[in-house]
Design a binder for this molecule. Structure first.
Ligand SMILES: [Zn+2]
Ligand SMILES: [Zn+2]
Length: 278
């Protein structure tokens, strides 16, 4: 037997498996993930525009028990969010393999959609998440205060969720957590100039921290510049564990349990549920 049953599982809580470069190599990518200890992946159903709403869900259906999906419209594509798209999202969101809405939010760095369209799409998807009772995956870039204000105004706390892609510090992550949003850290946190988010990863309460790849983007050091894939989440998890002085296996168990809790999945290691920062 070549399996390693004692190894702690990893959970890549945010990957774009339907993106070009990953979708064509799905079987190989999932085999490499398994070999790296990644037992769970959430494929984010957003980022390729309103014509591809079910891209991630299609992959999740082919790989039950390993891949789950979200449905949503990325802030980059917010200007395409017609009422019919919200209706389509609502029917897809009822699928049991859809574990969250999003990613949605505000990206004022790239501004690929007009800001008003981003705001409207964000509010509409929070309202939808509340209607279907599922958490939200929030993307925020150079829009921290407004992101939190909208989450508060739209009562996103009722469903809670995950905040990612931020480049702010621990104080921002704490404000998000007050609104019911745990923080997810990608390979970005391993980059040399990632001072603020590294501080956030160090100070974030242990029961409110996740790891992700955001594949195919942001491969962690030492793979920076390559196309990211779920297997790489191990580098990010182990780097954060080392900075925090936590055994890598323990940090893997903690982040996997957190991901399962937030996404409403069965927890593979109930003995480490809700651990507290000392
Ligand atoms: Zn994002
Ligand atoms: Zn993403």
């Amino acid at each position: 037997m070549s399996s390693t049953p004692s190894a702690a599982p990893l959970f890549d809580t945010h990957a774009h498996l339907d993106f070009p470069g990953l979708a064509e190599d799905l079987d190989g990518l999932l085999a490499r993930a398994r070999a790296a200890g990644v037992t769970r992946i959430v494929s984010i159903g957003a980022g390729r525009g309103p014509g591809t709403l079910d891209g991630a869900l299609t992959i999740a259906r082919r790989h039950p028990g390993v891949v789950w999906a979200t449905v949503g419209v990325h802030p980059h594509d917010a200007s395409g969010l017609a009422p019919a798209v919200i209706d389509a999202l609502e029917s897809l969101a009822a699928d049991p393999q859809v574990v969250a809405l999003g990613e949605t939010g505000l990206d004022f760095h790239y501004d690929r959609s007009p800001r008003d369209a981003q705001r409207d799409a964000f509010r509409a998807q929070i309202a939808l998440a509340r209607r279907v009772g599922k958490p939200i995956v929030v993307h925020t870039r150079l829009a921290s205060d407004e992101t939190l204000a909208i989450l508060q105004e739209e009562r996103a706390r009722d469903v809670g969720g995950i905040i990612h892609c931020f480049s702010e510090d621990a104080a921002f992550a704490a404000r998000a957590l007050d609104l019911g949003f745990v923080a997810s850290f990608s390979g970005l946190v391993t980059f040399p100039r990632a001072g603020a988010i590294r501080e956030a990863a160090l100070k974030q309460p242990l029961d409110a921290i996740l790891v992700e790849t955001d594949a195919p983007f942001l491969a962690p050091v030492p793979l920076r510049g390559r196309r990211a894939e779920p297997a790489h989440v191990a580098y990010t998890a182990d780097a954060i564990a080392a900075w925090r002085g936590i055994a890598p296996e323990q940090f893997r168990r903690i982040t996997t349990a957190n991901g399962c809790r937030v996404y409403g999945l069965p927890d593979p290691s109930t003995d480490t549920r809700s651990p507290r920062d000392p």
